[in-house]
Each structure stands twice: as structure tokens, then as C-alpha cells.
Design a protein around this ligand. Structure first.
Ligand SMILES: *[C@@H]1O[C@H](CO)[C@@H](O)[C@H](O)[C@H]1NC(C)=O
Ligand SMILES: *[C@@H]1O[C@H](CO)[C@@H](O)[C@H](O)[C@H]1NC(C)=O
Ligand SMILES: *[C@@H]1O[C@H](CO)[C@@H](O)[C@H](O)[C@H]1NC(C)=O
Ligand SMILES: *[C@@H]1O[C@H](CO)[C@@H](O)[C@H](O)[C@H]1NC(C)=O
Length: 329
């Protein structure tokens, strides 16, 4: 019976060793299998992005949560292009044209030219995407922000904003240029074009401008053949524009819509982990002008853009540390 006792002790030791080895030596991947999956899911999502300073997705700001709607798709795809009537009617009212094109047909033609891709739906604990939204304000002049702006993963610029000659203050990289047909400019092969469509013919225009150049006028005469990499083109979703108008700016009036700068800002909140904003608002003397205008005229706020509310919202985002606003002064 003595050997039986020894065997028991040996067995217990063996089991203890195996148990200890199992606990301490399993790689993390295996650990996931051992415990309740939903617990692991939660643990792994407590760190929703890899940025050191700020993580938009981690924000527990109530005001932000009331405005931010993750489910609204920022850009069009074939799958998400159908618009509810109230959004379609709002969108159609923005800039009236005589064209009575069939919207769903226009979308089909668009995606026969540009790729149908799920852009930037890759948020997660290992991603830290930093974005610079660069407006065109004269407050950039003399700011020396260039090197800071160029450090970002994405650099958004708008319309015809010139870089050449202003690199010291505005940087030299452009990963995304946001424009509408009447403000279009040629792009190099590496830059994404983000089209803001304010009417159906704007979507027809981009299809045409990347192919046969048959459309030469929208509201005005426009560039008919655009140099741009068609594999890098995306079109902002009319439902996204409506959401920015309604949910972020609470605008009731019809036929008004957010400015390019504000649309880009909210777009960046949706696809980036950290957003820094440059070149918005007035300069230190309170004048509004474009940094690339040789003779700055003070610009009056256009009636269609809700300049006041937009600026207030921008400052609110800054004060709540959701973005950082570089004022240039
Ligand atoms: C895992 O945990 C969640 C809640 O924490 C619970 O609802 C679920 O039933 C658990 N699943 C299993 C397989 O134990
Ligand atoms: C669009 O939807 C179809 C069918 O639901 C799906 O197979 C396809 O992967 C989707 N395309 C994209 C780009 O999500
Ligand atoms: C618009 O085009 C789609 C096909 O792309 C077609 O099914 C639909 O009937 C058209 N609608 C009208 C009003 O012509
Ligand atoms: C631009 O990029 C595309 C791929 O996205 C490539 O097919 C094309 O050859 C490039 N054009 C130039 C001029 O580099």
C-alpha cells in the first residue's frame, strides 16, 4: 500500500505542474478560447484605438454621444445608396437644376467607374489614425504649422487650396482633397478625391470627368476632364450631409447646407481616431479671407452657410477635447 501513497503524491504533483503550466504558459490567443467570449470581447475593446493622446471612439462625452451617429455611412457605395424620401427631397432642394436624371441609374454608372469599396471601416485597438483638417483661413499665414500638419496620417484640404509657396505654414502633403464640381482642381495619382454632391448632376459629372468628359456644365461651366486617380475617388453620402445639417447643426431651414469645411470636419470625426484642425475661423484681427488670396478682402458670411453655428460647434468640440483647434495666434 506504501507505493500507492507515493503514486498519489506523484499524481498530485504532476497535476499541479500541468495546471500551473496551463495557466501561465498559454499564449494570449488560447486564453481567448478558455474564457467566456463576451468577456474577452469587452476586455479587448476597452482600448478602442492605439492613440496616446486622444481616442475619439473612447470618448464618454454625453454631448458628443448625442451628436455622433456611427451608423450613418460617410460615403456612397452601391449597397447603401438608396435614400429615404425626406432625405432625397432635402438633397434635391439644395441646388435646383433642370436635369431630371434617374438617381439609381446615376449611381449604377458611378460604380462602373469608381471602385465599390468599404473605406476606412477598420477602427480598432491597434489603429491610431491621426488626421489634419486644413481649412483655407488667412490665420494660417505666419503660423509655421507646416511640419505639424505634414506629420498626420491623413491631411485633408479643400477645393482649390494652394500648397505651393505656402508649405512653411500649411504643409506640403495632401492625402484627401474635398471638392464639388464647380470648385474642382486636378489631382496627382496619390491623392484621394472626396466629392461633395449637392445635386444629381454632380455625381454624373464625376463619372463623366473621369471618362469621356461629356458634361461641361453643372450650375456653371466646370472642368470636363479631370486628372485624378479613379481608384481613389469617393463620393460623400447625401444622407451624411443631411445628418451633419440636422444632427450637428440643428438647422431647420430648407435650402441651406453645411460648408465644405464643416462637412470635412465631421467626416474626419467618423474615419479618424485623432483629429486636429487648422485654418478655420478668422485671423487675429477678426478678418476672414483665404490664405492664398493675394489681396485679402474680408469675406462676408454667405447666407447659405451657417457660419455662426458651425464655429460654435467647432469650439465646443475643442473645449471638450474631442479635437484640437490650432488658431494660428
Ligand atoms: C458570457 O457572459 C455573458 C455576460 O457576461 C452572459 O450573458 C453569457 O451567457 C455568458 N456565456 C457563456 C457561454 O457562459
Ligand atoms: C453588398 O451587398 C452584397 C449582398 O448583400 C454583398 O455580397 C457585398 O459584399 C456588399 N458589398 C460591399 C462592398 O459591402
Ligand atoms: C431608374 O433606373 C432604374 C434602373 O437603374 C430602374 O429600375 C427604374 O425604373 C428607373 N426609374 C425611373 C423613374 O425611370
Ligand atoms: C495611378 O495609379 C493607378 C493605380 O491606382 C495605376 O494603375 C496608374 O498606372 C497610375 N498612374 C500613374 C500616372 O502613375
Amino acid at each position: 500500500m506504501q507505493w500507492c501513497k507515493y503514486l498519489k503524491v506523484i499524481l498530485v504533483l504532476l497535476c499541479a505542474t500541468i495546471f500551473t503550466l496551463t495557466i501561465y504558459k498559454v499564449p494570449l490567443g488560447h486564453f481567448k478560447v478558455l474564457v467566456n467570449n463576451s468577456v474577452v470581447e469587452r476586455l479587448f475593446h476597452e482600448e478602442p484605438c492605439a492613440c496616446m493622446e486622444r481616442c475619439l471612439a473612447a470618448s464618454d462625452d454625453k454631448w458628443f454621444a448625442e451628436h455622433f451617429r456611427k451608423d450613418v455611412p460617410p460615403v456612397l457605395s452601391l449597397n447603401n445608396s438608396v435614400l429615404p424620401d425626406h432625405i432625397f427631397n432635402w438633397w434635391q432642394s439644395l441646388q435646383s437644376t433642370k436635369s431630371k436624371a434617374n438617381y439609381s441609374q446615376v449611381i449604377k454608372e458611378l460604380f462602373s467607374v469608381i471602385p465599390e469599396e468599404e473605406w476606412y471601416r477598420d477602427a480598432g485597438p491597434s489603429r491610431c489614425r491621426t488626421c489634419a483638417v486644413v481649412g483655407n483661413s488667412g490665420n494660417l499665414l505666419g503660423s509655421h504649422y507646416g511640419p505639424v500638419i505634414d506629420q498626420h496620417d491623413f491631411v485633408f484640404r479643400m477645393n482649390k487650396a494652394t500648397v505651393q509657396g505656402y508649405e512653411k505654414d500649411v504643409g506640403s502633403r495632401t492625402t484627401h482633397r474635398v471638392m464639388y464640381p464647380e470648385s474642382a482642381t486636378h489631382l496627382d495619382n496619390n491623392t484621394h478625391l472626396v466629392l461633395l454632391p449637392f445635386k444629381t448632376i454632380d455625381i454624373q459629372w464625376i463619372t463623366s470627368a473621369l471618362t469621356d468628359g461629356s458634361i461641361k456644365r453643372t450650375r456653371f461651366k466646370v472642368i470636363d476632364k479631370l486628372q485624378a486617380n479613379k481608384d481613389k475617388v469617393m463620393v460623400m453620402h447625401p444622407a451624411f450631409m443631411h445628418y451633419v445639417h440636422n444632427t450637428w447643426l440643428h438647422i431647420k431651414s430648407q435650402r441651406s447646407y453645411p460648408s465644405t469645411g464643416f462637412l470635412v470636419l465631421i467626416y474626419a470625426l467618423h474615419i479618424c481616431d485623432e483629429v486636429n484642425v487648422f485654418g478655420f475661423g478668422a485671423n487675429d484681427k477678426g478678418t476672414w479671407h483665404h490664405y492664398f488670396e493675394k489681396t485679402p478682402k474680408s469675406l462676408k458670411r454667405t447666407g447659405r452657410h451657417s457660419g455662426g453655428i458651425e464655429l460654435q460647434t467647432l469650439l465646443e468640440l475643442h473645449e471638450r477635447r474631442l479635437i484640437h483647434l490650432y488658431t494660428g495666434w
